[in-house]
Design a protein around this ligand. Structure first.
Ligand code: SAM
Ligand code: SF4
Ligand code: SF4
Length: 333
């Protein structure tokens, strides 16, 4: 099948599937407690895509050139039997890279089963190395030590090198940049520092709370000299740097200060099967409805991708945001 490209000639290469919109953390920048409180209405279970429906979608995307699938959420390890889903997706022809992004809280005891089912790697989020900062950011009092243990267990299970995601928010965890870089130097794990983004409408994002990637690099370079590395593949979102003394590498994801929409090849499917073509979208197309009506899912995906013109981050400053953008915990990171 000829690859489908969008209006900016971008092909479809990666698929991010949110398997649940629920989470056991309440990170202040993602699911603030005031909004995601006891009365919050999450997607009802019968509205979620079943594993069979997810796999049927993966097949459709694989036929269109997608070779990388990432499971995300919400917290993907809250979805019951997600190992079974991993096994089913890893058996789909053409899927070369199957990964999962997690907050690490439930990973230590699941890592071996996930690896056995065919998961290739994990990304674990960790925003600080000190409990005071980390607990304030996850807002449920979850300790750092348990996440560190999960990272090591995952690597031992063969899910490494583990990528460790740290969202940097001014006034909250800038000091974690040096701490995390120093801690993971020489460990084989790769820390990736992410600029705080204006996803969704509930985190009260302000531009002055974004710590620019250049500042993050300068802070690390001052204590452990760095040099740039080329991208691993076209469209890689993280800019890579290596320690000059050979102690490994780090990445920065400069989605705010250096947008990469021109090479954005990602499709996103929410837990209830809505296809979004941008992290900052406010509307999507329900593939679940097409599946459940026995319709032409491939045709629906092609039609959406062919008219895709998203480049929100490149034009962020020039427009006021339309309707109500979807939340990160709903669409997945
Ligand atoms: N719960 C899992 C986790 O935290 O790894 C997976 C879902 S989470 C939405 C995926 C990634 O998005 C995490 O690394 C998280 O730190 C990041 N994220 C969430 N909100 C963000 C924001 N406002 N700006 C930048 N990154 C954000
Ligand atoms: Fe949950 Fe991940 Fe969002 Fe934190 S970033 S609230 S762990 S979905
Ligand atoms: Fe892709 Fe949208 Fe992010 Fe641009 S703003 S890189 S189009 S997800």
């Amino acid at each position: 099948m000829a690859p489908v490209t969008d209006t900016l000639q971008r092909p479809m290469r990666d698929l991010r599937i949110s398997v649940t919109d629920r989470c056991n953390f309440r990170c202040t920048y993602c699911m603030p407690k005031e909004v995601f409180g006891p009365g919050y209405r999450f997607v009802p279970r019968d509205q979620l895509l079943s594993f069979e429906e997810i796999v049927s979608l993966v097949r459709v995307f694989a036929e269109r050139g997608v070779s990388k699938v990432r499971l995300t959420g919400g917290e993907p390890l809250l979805r019951k039997d997600v190992e079974k889903l991993v096994g089913m997706i890893s058996a789909v022809g053409g899927i070369e890279d199957l990964t999962l992004t997690t907050n690490g809280s439930l990973l230590a005891r699941r890592a071996a089963a996930l690896a056995a089912a065919g998961l290739n790697r994990v990304t674990v989020s960790l925003d600080a190395l000190d409990d005071t900062t980390f607990k304030a950011m996850n807002d449920v009092g979850f300790p750092v030590a348990a996440v560190l243990e999960a990272i090591d267990t995952a690597a031992e299970a063969g899910l490494g090198p583990v990528k460790v995601n740290c969202v940097v928010k001014r006034g909250a965890n800038e000091h974690a940049v040096a701490d995390l870089a120093t801690h993971f130097r020489g460990s084989g794990h790769i820390v990736r520092f992410i600029e705080y983004m204006d996803v969704g409408s509930t985190n009260g994002w302000r531009l002055d709370e974004v710590v620019p990637a250049a500042e993050i690099i300068d802070a690390i370079d001052a204590i452990h000299p760095l040099e740039p590395l080329p991208a691993n593949y076209p469209g890689e979102v993280a800019s890579r740097f290596r320690y000059r003394d050979g102690q490994g590498e780090i990445g920065v994801i400069a989605s705010v200060t250096k947008p990469f929409c021109g090479s954005c090849t990602r499709a996103r499917v929410s837990a209830e099967g809505v296809l979004y073509t941008c992290l900052f979208a406010s509307t999507g197309t329900s593939l679940r409805d097409v599946i459940r009506a026995g319709g032409d899912v491939g045709g629906a995906v092609d039609a959406v991708w062919k008219r895709r013109d998203d480049r929100y981050s490149e034009i962020r400053s020039s427009h006021t945001r339309s309707p109500v953008p979807v939340e990160m915990s709903y669409i997945g990171g």
